[in-house]
Design a protein around this ligand. Structure first.
Ligand code: DON
Length: 563
């Protein structure tokens, strides 16, 4: 009987998918009147536009923007890091792809890598070469170019090479990020030489030149990813990293591969579907669960404090399930169970209208501390091809270790693993076995580039922000679902809950005194954060008219440019 039920459910899900696909593709879409590039830095957006003008498609522009961001936002992403790319290919039948360029743990990594005398040292997983996993971005640039590029890799990398060689004036954002990471940058001679002005925090307007990075990008342009992962360049990386206490081997680099994975596609109300990041991101599942739960709750009619209550309760439940997820190449992720109607209904119906559910009353799970910078961009070309990508080094300036003579700043993505699965980490958060450190494994991520698409509209979302990425994406999506303009999706005030700590955090001014009091009465612990967060980059395409638009988060200094 159970089996029959299951089969029926399965068949009806397939039928719904077929119907949805039909309805999405059956409407004759008007191509976007304007192409857009939204990224966290105006120079990176300009690089993308330059490539579109040369006849490149959205993928070509994505390659150019990725490489340009590696140069102009060294604190956010780069050749020494990883990321996720979500692609929409226009055509008779729209199709979506997901490229996993997440870093992998070196083969010499093990569960006790960061323990000293039995105690986990978070410093080791955050600063210096031992914190770095094997990067995915160089391989992603090559793979994207080979599979979907119209221009050559060299043409797409040219704007970034020029930016690295000629230099550019740093802005306030750079200065702020460098000041937060100053001590770590000063400790590494190569990082200090490149990213600081004579060991000190540079003034805005200071010209950052990166000739070594320009050479590395030129090598990639001429010879592709193998020039990074094999041969003399790989030897240089491994030698320098081992000399400084890291554990990379030549085999780690030779074995690294990006992976095409099936994006997570979830049908929503009104013939829309969510297209988002599958594991090793936990973000897409949290977004899907949140939207599905919200479909059962009257959030649209609710007053702001009541809406914040619903959102906090929804996020609390979605984030709880994070502890079940990990690298799909190592564990079986219970995705179907987490998105099953029964589970969603049970979670949504356990939300009380006027009372918070303490997280400790829900069965336990875990969240991890996540670092403080990353980047996101979104591109739509005039054929309707689109790319949304979130790229990261984890913390600002990653591990704050630059490999000499390469300009490659390494990530500290190893900290996204549960370094301690039994107890809690330095931030008081609980670990999970499925996300423990293992050789060759990818750490669980929150990065979740996402699309919402229906018969009439296409929208793209994404932001940096560590564990707050999924909640931020949901908030932006709700503005879209509420019929607001893209500027509003990125600008609206943010609230957050992540199960543990059991706190409803909100941006300064996001909730009035009265709204806070109401939430406290309902049993929430509310906390006004000291600063705003996130840097959401969005796209919108109205498919009946061809009207398109984009917006960059006012919290950052990014730019949405059109062509
Ligand atoms: O993959 C992750 O979830 C994190 N490494 C992302 C870090 C991040 O977004 C920091 N941003 N502000």
């Amino acid at each position: 009987m159970g089996r029959l039920n299951y089969t029926m459910r399965w068949l009806s899900t397939i039928a719904l998918h077929v119907l949805l696909l039909w309805s999405v593709t059956a409407t004759a879409a008007q191509p976007p009147k304007q192409a857009y590039v939204s990224s966290a830095h105006p120079l990176a957006s300009a690089a993308g536009i330059e490539i579109l003008k040369q006849g490149g498609n959205a993928t070509d522009a994505a390659i150019a923007v990725t490489a340009a961001l590696a140069v102009v936002e060294p604190y956010g992403s780069g050749l020494g890091g990883g990321g996720f790319y979500l692609l929409r290919h226009a055509g008779k039948k729209t199709n979506y792809q997901f490229l996993d360029a997440r870093e992998r743990a070196p083969l010499a990594a093990h569960a006790n890598l960061y323990r000293i005398n039995g105690v986990v040292s978070t410093k080791l997983s955050l600063d210096g070469p031992l914190a770095a996993a094997i990067p995915g971005i160089p391989a992603a640039l090559d793979e994207l170019s080979q599979k979907h590029g119209r221009l050559s890799l060299a043409e797409n990398l040219a704007p970034a090479i020029a930016l690295a060689r000629n230099g550019f004036a740093i802005d306030k954002v750079y200065q702020e990020r460098a000041s937060w990471r100053l001590a770590a940058l000063q400790k590494d001679p190569e990082s200090a030489r490149i990213f600081l002005d004579q060991q000190q925090l540079p003034k805005t307007g200071w010209i950052l030149r990166q000739p070594d990075l320009a050479n590395t990008l030129s090598l990639l342009a001429a010879q592709g990813a193998k020039s990074f992962y094999q041969g003399p360049f790989a030897e240089k990386l491994v030698q320098n990293i081992q000399n400084a206490g890291g554990i990379w081997s030549l085999k780690d680099l030779a074995l690294y591969q990006v992976k095409w994975r099936q994006p997570l596609i979830v049908p929503l109300a009104e013939q829309r579907q969510l297209i988002t990041a599958p594991p090793p991101s936990a973000g897409g599942i949290a977004i899907a669960q949140s939207l599905l739960m919200l479909q059962r709750l009257p959030w649209q009619q609710a007053k702001p404090a009541q809406r914040a209550h619903y959102l906090a309760e929804v996020f609390r439940r979605a984030y709880r399930d994070r502890s079940l997820l990990g690298d799909p190449d190592f564990i079986n992720n219970p995705i179907d169970a987490l998105l099953a109607r029964q589970h969603i209904v049970q979670m949504a119906d356990s939300i009380q209208v006027d009372q918070a559910t303490p997280s400790s009353h829900l069965p336990p799970g875990s969240v991890l501390y996540e670092g403080d910078h990353t980047t996101h961009f979104a591109i739509l070309d005039q054929q309707g091809n689109a790319v949304a990508a979130t790229l990261s080094l984890n913390m600002m300036f990653g591990a704050a270790f630059t490999v000499p003579e390469t300009g490659v700043l390494l990530n500290d993505e190893m900290d996204d693993f549960a370094a301690d699965v039994q107890g809690s980490n330095a931030y008081g958060l609980i670990g999970s076995q499925v996300n423990s450190i293992q050789a060759g494994k990818r750490p669980l991520s929150s990065m979740s580039p996402s699309f919402l698409e229906g018969p009439h509209e296409f929208a793209a979302f994404g932001t940096p922000g560590g564990s707050r990425i999924p909640s931020m994406n949901v908030l932006a999506m709700l503005e879209f679902l509420n019929g607001k303009a893209p500027q509003q999706w990125v600008a609206s005030p943010r609230i957050h809950h992540q199960y543990f700590p059991d706190v409803l955090g909100f941006e300064p001014g996001a909730l009035t005194e009265q709204q806070q009091q109401r939430l406290v009465k309902q049993g929430h612990e509310v906390k006004e954060l000291t600063r705003n967060y996130g840097n959401q980059q969005v796209l919108w395409w109205q498919k009946d008219s061809g009207h398109s638009a984009a917006a960059s988060d006012p919290r950052g200094s990014g730019a949405s440019l059109s062509h």
